[in-house]
Structure formats: C-alpha cells, structure tokens
Design a protein around this ligand. Structure first.
Ligand code: GTP
Ligand code: NA
Ligand code: MG
Length: 292
C-alpha cells in the first residue's frame, strides 16, 4: 500500500486478566457509566467491543472473560489487538489467567501494559504486585523497566484518567495506519444466532471502509452486509478501520477469527463460496478415507 493512502486508524486495546480482577468494571469506568450494571461482578461470557473518544480520536476497547474456560478467546483477543492491558487486582496479584494472558500477548507480539486495579482496597499491595511483575519480565518503568504500570481503581475512579492518557500515548507511538479506500477486510471476534437477524457477528474493521449493501466472503460462507450496528445499538451506514461493529447478513454462521473480505459482486462471493465449500467437502472425504 502506498504511504499517502494510509490514514491514522483507531487503536485496538484488549483488556485481559484473571477472573474478577475488574476488566469489565474498568471498561465501564472508562466509558464513564455511572453505575456498573449488567455483567459487572458476574462472569463475562463473551467478548465485548466498544469505542470511546479521547481528544476527539476513537480508541477501540475489547473486553475478554477471565474465566479459565475462555483461553481461546484470550488467544484470539491477543491476535486482533494492538495493545494488551493486563488487569491485575492489587489484593490478589498475578494469578494463572494473568500468566496465560501474558503468554498470548507475547506470542502475538503486541504492546503490553499493566493496570493494577482495586487500589482502593485496604488489602491492596502494589509493591508486591510490582515485585511479581519484575519476576515475570514486566519490570515497571518506575523500577527502571520498560512496562507502563498504572495504579487504578474502577470503584473510586482513581487513576482512570491517566490510564486512558497512557493507553492513548502508547497507541500514538505505534502510529497505526490503514487505507480506508482499500477493499474492506474485518476480523470476526464473536458470532451468534439472533432471532430475526440470522447469524450476527461482531467484527473489527482492519482495512478499508465496510459499508451497508456490500457483498463479502467469510471463510467458506458468503454474505451481504444487510445492516451495521454500532456499540450503542444504532444502525450506521459505514465503518472505518479500527472500529468495531455488529454485522448482519451472513449466509451461515461465521467462525471467530475468520476474515470478512468485501468483493465487487454478489456473483463473485457466491462463486468463491461454492469453491471453498467444495474444497472443505473434499478435505473431509480425504480425512474420512484415511481414518477408515
Ligand atoms: P470476568 O469478566 O468474570 O473475568 O471479571 P472481570 O475481570 O470483568 O471483573 P468485574 O469487572 O466483573 O469485577 C469483579 C468484581 O470486582 C465485582 O464485584 C466488582 O464490583 C469488583 N471490582 C472491580 N473493580 C474494583 C475496584 O477497583 N475496587 C473494588 N473494591 N472492587 C472492584
Ligand atoms: Na467478573
Ligand atoms: Mg468481565
């Protein structure tokens, strides 16, 4: 892609960490919602994606579940993101899913930051957590290392502004760009069957501008973007790079991690879908023959 076609895009920041360390609560605090509602305090079951504006520029956030059973989602979260923020409860310290999330982030080679949450608690022990971070190769900047470690509380609001500021700065350093005029490509981060809508996916646009009415291929399935719904539940006409959106119009259930690629005609996406489905069928036949 020629340099002059590239424009700054929204950074994608994923919150990861051990169960109940406060990922959803912190995202709620960042979105300045007055009350923590819905799943805060419960077990996060899916990936949520939202964008907020900071200094007039959008930042996309992805929430992931901390439950041990959702390792796959953490792995995928690490792969679509630019920055992983490890959320660690100050009273609990580094736990198994904190380490697991760190490993996914390292494998995906993304920027890693840390937010030590629940600093309002009397049992908070920031020094202990920093010591643990040092041990696993995430020495904090104020200890002479190079990991940004922020002290925050989703409950009291402590450090939320500087967390947002630091995340924005880290993203700026990365100079993330995309070509908004290229054919749109988007990654599926979650999918589900919705009554009246059929298969629906949350996608993050990686390149180009995804518009209503465009035919696309996604894995072996084709589709046409019937509707685009933003994180506030509003229908929108188009989505720019780095932004999340709910996409309606799949011919069949898309897989998480698959890429939606816009093509010029319905004929070409349907033709490609038939070819890919046939390829899959052949592969399955081969596997069946081998195993019998
Ligand atoms: P999973 O998605 O299930 O992994 O949890 P999570 O990391 O999203 O944590 P969640 O936001 O659901 O918060 C877990 C519990 O910790 C809830 O009861 C929150 O109210 C509480 N909590 C979150 N942040 C803070 C904080 O800064 N201080 C205190 N005291 N409690 C907090
Ligand atoms: Na929780
Ligand atoms: Mg959660």
């Amino acid at each position: 892609v020629e340099e002059e076609k590239l424009e700054l895009r929204a950074p994608i920041i994923t919150f990861m960490g051990h169960v109940d360390h406060g990922k959803t609560s912190l995202l709620d605090a960042i979105r300045k919602t007055q009350v923590t509602h819905g799943e805060a305090g419960g077990i996060t079951q899916h990936i949520g994606a939202y964008s907020v504006f900071h200094d007039g520029k959008p930042i996309t956030f992805i929430d992931t579940p901390g439950h041990a059973a959702f390792s796959g989602m953490r792995a995928r979260g690490a792969h679509v993101t630019d920055i992983v923020v490890l959320i660690i409860a100050a009273d609990d310290g580094i736990m198994p899913q904190t380490r697991e999330a760190l490993n996914h982030a390292k494998a995906a080679d993304v920027t890693i930051m840390v937010a030590i949450n629940k600093c309002d608690l009397p049992a908070a022990d920031v020094m202990r957590v920093k010591g643990q971070l040092q041990e696993i190769g995430l020495a904090p900047v104020d200890w002479g290392g190079d990991t940004e470690v922020m002290e925050v509380s989703a409950k009291s609001g402590l450090g939320i502004d500087s967390l947002l500021e630091t995340m924005a700065l880290q993203a700026e350093v990365l100079e993330l760009k995309a070509d908004p005029k290229a054919p749109a490509r988007a990654t599926v981060i979650e999918s589900s069957m919705v009554e009246g809508k059929g298969p629906v996916a949350t996608v993050i646009v990686r390149q180009g501008t995804l518009k209503v009415g465009q035919p696309f291929i996604c894995g072996p399935h084709w589709g046409k973007s019937r509707a685009l719904i933003n994180d506030r539940g509003q229908p929108i006409k188009e989505v720019r790079p780095g932004m999340p959106v709910e996409l309606v119009g799949f011919s069949d259930m898309p897989h998480v991690g698959d890429e939606v690629v816009v093509m010029d005609s319905e004929r070409s996406v349907k033709k490609l879908s038939i070819e890919r489905l046939e390829e899959l069928r052949q592969k399955k036949l081969t596997v069946t023959r081998r195993s019998t």
